[in-house]
Ligand binder design. Structure first.
Ligand code: GDP
Length: 196
């Protein structure tokens, strides 16, 4: 099996418009999720870093697609977070346009990683994002982050609610995850390594 040296990771590019998207035969793992769901923390956990992808700074402020080049084998593509209440209409519109441009080019996605909050029913925005991944026709997985904040008895019912709300197919992978504690890292990494 191929391995990925996650210690060899570098920031590659920040794209503010479709003209700047990276178009390449190198596989791309595309991360999406609402602001504060822990998207940066999931990326950092995968890379065994603390502060590689930004964590916790001005959510919703960065309407950019950020590219990280991992071990010269694939890109991690960090889509801008959504659903942050305090952003202007202008920022919202820019987000919508950028995402529309991104998802109309399904070749930009080798594997989608959609991150939701394990504690809550997915939001209407989450449902929209899930539909975009479904329509793109790419392989994608759902990551239920912040698992460490659930009681054991809450895990199964919450995962069922996520499955139901996002209308996930039976064979759709849903990975319980904790960026904080590391649960689910191996399962997600296994999906990513399949690309190389
Ligand atoms: P982003 O806006 O989606 O990139 O979210 P961040 O990675 O900045 O995380 C938002 C907040 O959630 C931060 O305070 C993180 O420390 C926290 N967080 C992220 N993942 C987890 C997790 O798995 N468990 C817990 N308890 N907190 C988390």
């Amino acid at each position: 099996m191929q391995t990925l040296n996650v210690n060899k990771a570098e920031f590659a590019k920040s794209a503010a418009s479709h003209k700047q998207f990276i178009r390449t035969s190198v596989p791309s793992v595309v991360f999406a999720g609402k602001s504060n769901v822990g998207k940066s923390s999931v990326i950092n956990r995968l890379l065994n870093r603390k502060n590689f992808a930004r964590v916790g700074a001005s959510p919703g402020k960065t309407v950019h697609v950020n590219y990280f080049y991992i071990d010269e084998k694939l890109y991690f593509v960090d889509l801008p977070g959504y659903g942050y209440a305090k952003v202007s209409q202008g920022e919202r519109d820019r987000w919508g346009k950028l995402m529309e441009d991104f998802f109309t080019e399904p070749s930009l996605i080798s594997l989608g990683v959609m991150i939701v909050d394990a504690r809550h029913k997915p939001t209407a925005d989450d449902v929209t994002m899930a539909d975009w991944f479904k329509n793109a026709g790419c392989r994608w997985v759902v990551v239920a982050n912040k698992l460490d904040k659930l009681k054991k008895s809450e895990i199964e019912p919450n995962l069922s609610l996520i499955r139901e709300t996002l209308s996930l197919a039976e064979n759709q992978l849903l990975i319980p995850f904790s960026a904080e504690k590391g649960n689910g890292r191996d399962a997600l990494m296994a999906e990513i390594v399949r690309l190389i």
